[in-house]
Design a protein around this ligand. Structure first.
Ligand code: APR
Ligand code: PHB
Length: 389
């Protein structure tokens, strides 16, 4: 087998990259370890920046997002028993779209199928080879048989635990990491959202977030201990804890119901530098992870896919390596800004075990400042709706 770009991983980064390359006439093959159903079963965040929606539009995969997605013009920050609105539309002219990552993945999968592009699911032992030389290739095992594909480039879009980044040995790669001392316990329920916009709550018992997937499906999170297990969190305990962390009006309006999904996720900031190793590029979670406070993960995967697709188009159409040479620096510039923003939102909103009462008071002062200074509000809004790319 041979292709121009072998993409490892069929998450949002790999699927979007595949469609963008196809649009530019660059053939590509996707190798994914899991089955399509497994990939679609993972519940992730659900907030798209306008730039991400524009990329889905570019590849003709945004029809359902435009029909079913919810446009939000603001968010609310809750602290000291009150809610304060940040009007993102007024501050930036931009909105964000609530539309689940699972739906984005499904729409991209369908677009790929419609375009007749090759995707190999349930590929075991995927391995990138010889990306330091001129003839990279990828091998994998399917149904007990080893296969190989030759390519010009490898795109490592295989998430945080993938094989692409793991194939690069120090000192060629440098990593930066912070693991936060808590997790998010999330549930999905077939109930109307408590409010028409998202509520981010700083509370003495810990952070809480009220978000949604539609006007009849809600997603709620509470900060939990890293030692917690979902078995310790029956629905009643979850709803009680959430209520304790919300203002009275929200408690009165909250509609509870059985959870249809429940999971605990750790919070981590992580960046690998550079994002290019010879003829292999990293994109999305394979190169960086941000804590979900601010929902930047999927949007960074989209901007990486954009930068990489444009760089590869330049390589094939203009016979110039300038774009691929600049990819890592360009992508990392935007990545680090989102890493900073997600870290800052996380720091301002969560209960930290080691910062004491002074840390909690400083958070309240910062929240008061952010919700009363036009400059601070604009800065939050500008980052939340997504920096340009
Ligand atoms: N071989 C082949 N495929 C692999 C391998 C491997 N060794 N390891 C992982 N994969 C696949 C995973 O099964 C997954 O489908 O790579 C894909 C990576 O997808 P994501 O984890 O969704 O990462 P990405 O596409 O970069 O999307 C980033 O996803 O994790 C969220 O918060 C994150 O929203 C962000 C988005
Ligand atoms: C979500 O809808 O799951 C979501 C939204 C915003 C966040 C994090 C998660 O900051």
């Amino acid at each position: 087998m041979r292709t121009k770009v072998a993409i490892i991983g069929a998450g949002p980064a790999g699927l979007l990259l595949g469609q963008l390359l196809h649009k530019f006439g660059i053939d590509n093959v996707i190798l994914e370890r899991q089955s399509p159903d497994y990939v679609l079963g993972r519940i992730r965040a659900g907030l798209l920046e306008e730039g991400t929606v524009a990329l889905l539009d570019e590849v003709g995969a945004a029809t359902r997002a435009h029909a079913e997605g919810l446009l939000h013009e603001g968010i609310e920050l809750a602290f000291s028993g009150r809610r304060h609105r940040i009007d993102m539309k007024a501050a930036t002219g931009k909105t964000v779209m609530i539309y689940g990552q699972t739906e984005v993945t499904l729409d991209l999968m369908n677009a790929r199928k419609a375009a007749g592009l090759t995707s190999i699911y349930e590929a075991a032992d995927v391995e990138p080879h010889d990306f330091d030389g001129g003839h990279p290739r990828v091998t994998w095992v399917k149904d007990g048989v080893t296969h190989e594909i030759d390519c010009d480039f490898i795109a490592g879009c295989d998430g945080f635990h993938g094989i692409s980044r793991a194939s690069v040995k120090p000192p060629a790669i440098e990593t930066f990491e912070r693991v936060y001392p808590f997790g998010w316990l999330g549930i999905l329920s077939e109930t109307p959202p408590v409010s028409h916009e998202l509520i981010y709550s700083n509370h003495a018992r810990g952070f809480a977030l009220c978000t949604m997937r539609s006007m009849h499906r809600s997603r709620y999170y509470v900060q939990c201990s890293l030692d917690d297990h979902i078995d310790q969190w029956p629905d009643d305990r979850f709803w009680d804890e959430l209520k304790r962390r919300l203002d009275q009006k929200a408690v009165d309006q909250l509609v509870t119901g059985p959870s249809i999904e429940k999971s605990i996720a750790p919070l981590r900031s992580f960046v690998a530098e550079p994002m290019r190793f010879g003829r292999m590029f990293l994109a999305g979670d394979a190169a960086h992870i941000v804590p979900p406070t601010g929902a930047k993960g999927l949007n960074l995967a989209a901007s990486d896919a954009h930068y990489l697709s444009v760089a590869l188009r330049e390589y094939y159409d203009e016979k110039s390596s300038a774009g691929i040479d600049a990819y890592s620096d360009k992508a990392l510039k935007r990545v680090w800004k989102a890493v900073r923003f997600s870290w800052w939102m996380t720091s301002m909103l969560h209960k930290f075990p080691d910062t004491g009462t002074i840390g909690a008071r400083i958070q309240l002062a910062e929240l008061d400042y952010v919700t009363s200074s036009k400059a601070a509000m604009t800065s939050l809004a500008e980052n939340y709706v997504g920096l340009p790319f």
